[in-house]
Write a protein that binds this ligand. Structure first.
Ligand SMILES: Cc1cc2nc3c(=O)[nH]c(=O)nc-3n(C[C@H](O)[C@H](O)[C@H](O)COP(=O)(O)O)c2cc1C
Length: 387
């Protein structure tokens, strides 16, 4: 598929001419991208670059940023792309613009991963737009108060609009999954590549945090000040992780997992019936809407990707490289536990899971910074504001 070639330009030009009387302005596109860049990405790697040529918005994938030990078969990228595309659609609705997206799953190394054109329409602004800048990952403890039925119904109502996806919400602590979630958190630290990747993206000082506009701040991960020094040491000398594992580090990891799985209102998961990239992108779109919806109702959200996405990778034959046979078995067994817990049928494949609940202190989780729009958006346009 030649997404940059003349055919696409012709298609978008014809559409733009017939359906969009007033061209989309630079200011509109800049605002849409500013909002879209707040969409979540794994480790806040923000692997996107955009071009705007007065008619089409092209989304390019920066593979070196998206290349993670846990991004097997690009599943994490497809989820992030779903979040991004949905956020573009929501942001565009604020300008009465409908976003039409064409994704490219084949040759995105040389072509855009997505091409979007807009039509101006009499349409309502998506009410979730008000949450775009407020949405965040909250990794703190939550109240254990159950979610009200009205909120659960709203989540289910959103999911109905996504054919091929299945949504399941379970109230309360997922005790049946505690063993598997505990195994996953231990696995993260026992696999040198995964641990190193994580440590690469964590900002372990205020200086690192202010100098970078990607990655995750130690504060947002709930890391205590006293743990910053050993983590910096692990980053430089990863072999120390296994040395210190039995000397208290394992206990700390186990305690953290136990606490976070106890302190929540419930967990939810999205399953696909088709495991191809388009379905995973669709799961990302739905996940993003549910995230905004829960945040708008005052509920905190945190993805739990290892027991869901990585287990999905293993179950679909894309395990992280060098996973030992015993770990593969545990992931496969855990995936079945996950399916059973959420009541998914044999042909429904959970791909992402989240914990949610009322935040104990909504201000505790910081807003994670993003790179500047001008560093990621290249514009070839008539109406660039003159300086
Ligand atoms: C595909 C994907 C997987 C993620 N997995 C996790 C996870 O397992 N645990 C977690 O705490 N956050 C996870 N996140 C959240 C990101 O770390 C977060 O979105 C990013 O750091 C930006 O922060 P924000 O969501 O507060 O804007 C994931 C996000 C994406 C898109």
């Amino acid at each position: 598929m030649d997404l940059e070639g003349p055919s696409t330009n012709k298609m978008s030009r014809e559409n733009a001419a017939s359906q969009s009387p007033q061209p989309v302005s630079y200011t509109e596109i800049e605002s849409i991208i500013r909002m879209a860049m707040t969409a979540p990405s794994g480790d806040n790697c923000q692997p996107w670059r955009f071009t705007w040529n007065d008619e089409t918005l092209a989304v390019f994938y920066e593979e070196q940023l998206g290349h993670h030990a846990l991004n097997n078969c690009n599943h994490a990228t497809w989820l992030s792309l779903g979040c991004l595309v949905e956020s573009i659609g929501i942001a565009a609705s604020g300008f009465r613009l409908r976003a039409h997206t064409r994704l490219n799953f084949e040759n995105w190394q040389s072509q855009p991963m997505g091409v979007i054109y807009f039509t101006r329409e009499q349409m309502c602004t998506d009410p979730l737009i008000s949450e775009i800048f407020r949405r965040k990952t909250d990794r703190n403890l939550y109240h254990t108060t159950p979610l009200p039925e009205t909120v659960i119904q709203q989540l289910k109502h959103e999911a109905v609009h996504y054919p091929g996806l299945h949504f399941s919400y379970k109230q309360g602590t997922p005790n049946a999954l505690a063993g598997f979630v505990g195994f996953c958190d231990e696995y993260m630290w026992s696999n040198r590549r995964i641990a190193s990747d994580f440590l690469h993206w964590v900002r372990l000082s205020d200086k690192e945090e202010t100098e970078s506009k990607d990655g995750m701040s130690w504060k947002s991960l709930g890391i205590q000040k006293a743990d910053l020094f050993p983590l910096r040491l692990f980053r430089r000398l990863p072999f120390l992780i296994s040395w210190l594992w039995k000397l208290g580090f394992q206990k700390k990891v186990n305690q953290t997992t136990k606490r976070s799985i106890q302190a929540l209102g419930g967990v939810y998961s999205i399953a696909v019936t088709d495991t191809q990239p388009a379905a995973v992108v669709s799961a990302g779109k739905l996940a993003f809407r549910l995230w905004l919806l829960l945040n708008s109702e005052g509920y905190a959200v945190q993805p739990m990707s290892l027991p869901s996405l990585t287990a999905f990778d293993v179950a679909t034959g894309h395990a992280p490289p060098n996973t030992e046979a015993s770990a593969l078995q545990r992931f496969k067994a855990g995936y079945q536990e996950l399916k059973a817990y959420f009541g998914f049928a044999e042909n429904q494949w959970p791909v992402w899971m989240f914990r949610t609940g009322r935040a104990i202190d909504p201000n505790l989780a910081p807003i994670t910074p993003r790179v500047r729009v001008q560093d990621r958006l290249k514009v070839y346009t008539r109406d660039l504001p003159r300086v």
